[in-house]
Design a protein around this ligand. Sequence first.
Ligand code: PRP
Length: 212
Amino acid sequence: MNTSNLVIALTKGRILEETLPLFEQADIVPTEDIATSRKLIFDTNHTNIKLLVMRGSDVPTYVEFGSADMGVAGKDLLLEYGSEGFYEPLDLKIAACRLMTAEPVNASPVADRLRVATKFTNIAKKYFAERGIQIELIKLNGALELAPSLGLADSIVDIVDTGNTLKANGLEPRELIANISSRVIVNKASMKIKNAVIREILCKLRTAVDSA
Ligand code: PRP
């Protein structure tokens, strides 16, 4: 492996569980168990490669500003953040789900301005604007599925995996906004300066994805 120092920001939680086996196949292995440690930065089997573990919503920021050279984050968070600040060279095809609108089962069309609750405010703004639908955005950070039944919103924009959370809260999926999976992103300057080591990692990860 090339000797350039390299920092990779990983998304904690379910994405991390699916990321680590791919990294292991690409010969990048943390020297201690990330799952049981409270540390946020980890050494690997390569002295020049370190792993950071953080919330997915912070990964694009660390990569755009160069504190991390590479990162792994869900496409939902990348769409919400905006894609100008980094390259997105690889789809890891893990943590697959859908970003959807959802409404109460059998809800009738809303006559007034549609009230939409979501944590994905930029995505929702763009999605409804492109369709000429005027909305009132209500920013929430979780428990979105409660908003319609409590009269806070007519519709939500959220991640749907099995659909069980929607169903359990009297909601049904409506429109697909985007298919989601986790992507590798790369800082633009790092891609030039550390091209050899980054290309080598991307190549090994691509092989791991293709053989999964
Ligand atoms: C996501 C999403 C839904 C749920 C959907 O939440 O916000 O609540 O998963 O999954 P399902 O379709 O299989 O029921 P997550 O548990 O990732 O936590 P979050 O609220 O922090 O996003």
